[in-house]
Design a protein. Sequence first.
Length: 195
Amino acid sequence: MSTLLAVRQCHEAPACSAWGSVDLAPRALRDLLGSYPTGVAIVTTRAADGRNVGLTINSFASLSLDPPLVLWSLVNRSPNLAVFRDSAHFAINILASGHEALARRFADPAVPDKFADVTVRETPEGVAAIDGALATLVCVHDHCRTVGDHLLLVGQVVRVASQPSEPLVFHAGRFTSVPARAPAVPPSQPGDSQP
């Protein structure tokens, strides 16, 4: 059967036309997208008045290795939109499994000073790096663009730091973690001594 004939028959069959859902209401779509596990990060920058600004994100992704580019997005109604849009640098602090309280703190708009009692190190670029983060990527703000109801921000990585840890993960509306993989054990070779 040719591919064209199979496609034509599928479109004519009642079962094929009912495949999937066309319910793209924001809540239904958000629930569906929540089935995709993501890492959790805090993005930080410095406002023009010198104060540190940070918020929790899970919209972070690698974009390119050469040049080293990453992207993340921020909802257009965020009170921090202008600060990040106009920033020269920002840092993506990838959180470790023990950082759930920190993630919640930076996600809570009711917390007036998210950095109070949080240990940070200032990078040479002048942005806050969260102490204990699994990894931190300091970026030059390359460009941004409004896409739908979000501002998409692209940064070129200029400095990194990392430490071994398990990542904090967000999945199905809750925080969780992924256990570290055990190191691969090479297969035994004939003549190897067994303990």
